[in-house]
Design a protein around this ligand. Structure first.
Ligand code: DAH
Length: 339
């Protein structure tokens, strides 16, 4: 029996020493120390021993059990260490590895330039007024001195919700809305989306953007209009920018003018960008018509004002020499990423 115990001790220690897997270790524990294990089997035969032998074998059996338990504990420790090492290795972070790039969006070129324009006018003491895109016929046409039979309605055909409600064709109705609400002095710009039933091509879109300007106060003259727009042009296009006023007609201003900027490609010589003109039209403007003022309850004898309206797409196209307006609306990142 002593021999058997020694054999178990040797075999168990040897087997446990070689284990590299927790499951196998547990199996071995059961095999040697479990209720139906080898050691227990031997201990069950202790009854057959003499009274002299029993304590000797008993002590040996305890020793063997202790040794096996110790061997198991040692291997267990080893396995745990190895597992920790492997875990650490697999979770190592390589701080030199390139990161995953996050795509950051940015403003549409139209709105980048709109921001600049707003800054320029805010700097001159203007504030910003915004109004509805679905507009009453009254504000979009009637109050701007464009009655039902006026030819200007032909060039500004639009989408009618019903006889009295339209998608606005211009930001000019904001002149009326502001003057109805606010007593002079008035100094506002009003940017926004406008609509016309135009067919899409390189220079036309049924949806585009305008920026309206309106100043009403005592003693406002054409000189104020010229000075304001000159400063605006220089801020937007650079100090050497030059503008000229060309007589024109708008129903809601009198006198009216279109404003051209000297072509920045050829400096007035005439080239492809300005179609040989040397000048490029950037906006419409004029002195607010007395009829429009009095229609809003402002006495034209006491107050005068100027107004202007510019097309945002046009300004941005000229700024970046973009030949096709459709690029603004197609959302092609290869285009948009360039700004
Ligand atoms: N609303 C005009 C258009 O869309 C542009 C315009 C011209 C606006 C003269 C004005 C102005 O305020 O005074 O063609």
């Amino acid at each position: 029996m002593k021999q058997q115990l020694e054999t178990i001790r040797e075999q168990a220690k040897e087997a446990i020493g070689r284990v590299s897997d927790a499951k196998v270790l547990e199996d071995l524990r059961v095999k040697y120390l479990g209720k139906k294990g080898e050691l227990t089997a031997i201990l069950k035969q202790m009854g057959r021993l003499s009274a002299d032998e029993r304590p000797v074998i008993g002590q040996l059996a305890n020793e063997v059990r202790g040794d096996i338990e110790q061997a198991i504990a040692a291997t267990n420790e080893k396995l745990k260490e190895r597992m920790l090492e492997e875990k650490l290795k697999s979770e190592t972070i390589d701080v030199t590895m390139p990161g995953r790039r996050t795509m950051v969006g940015k403003k549409h070129p139209l709105f980048q330039v709109l921001d600049e324009i707003e800054e320029i006018f805010l700097g001159m003491g203007f504030s910003i007024a915004e109004g509805p895109e679905v507009e009453l016929d009254y504000y979009n046409f009637e109050a701007l001195n464009i009655p039902k039979d006026h030819p200007a309605r032909d060039t500004q055909d639009t989408f009618y919700i019903d006889d009295n409600v339209v998608l606005r064709t211009q930001t000019s109705p904001m002149q009326i809305r502001v003057m109805e609400k606010q007593a002079p002095p008035i100094r506002i710009i009003s940017p926004g989306r406008v609509y016309r039933s135009d067919t899409v091509d390189a220079t036309h879109s049924p949806v585009f953007h305008q920026i309206e300007g309106l100043v009403v106060d005592k003693g406002v003259t054409m000189a104020d209009l010229k000075g304001t727009l000159e400063i605006f042009a220089k801020r937007l296009y650079g100090e050497d920018a030059q503008i000229r006023f060309r007589p024109h007609h708008f129903p809601f201003t009198e006198p009216s003018a279109e404003v051209d900027i000297m072509c920045f490609a050829c400096h007035g010589e005439g080239c492809r960008l300005c179609k040989g003109e040397g000048w490029i039209e950037i906006l419409g403007s004029g002195m607010v018509h007395p009829k429009v003022l009095s229609g809003c309850g402002i006495d034209p004898e006491e107050y005068s004002g100027f107004a202007f309206g510019l097309g945002l797409e046009r300004i941005v196209m000229r700024r970046y020499n973009i030949q096709d307006l459709r690029l603004f609306f197609e959302n092609d990142l290869r285009f948009l990423d360039q700004f």
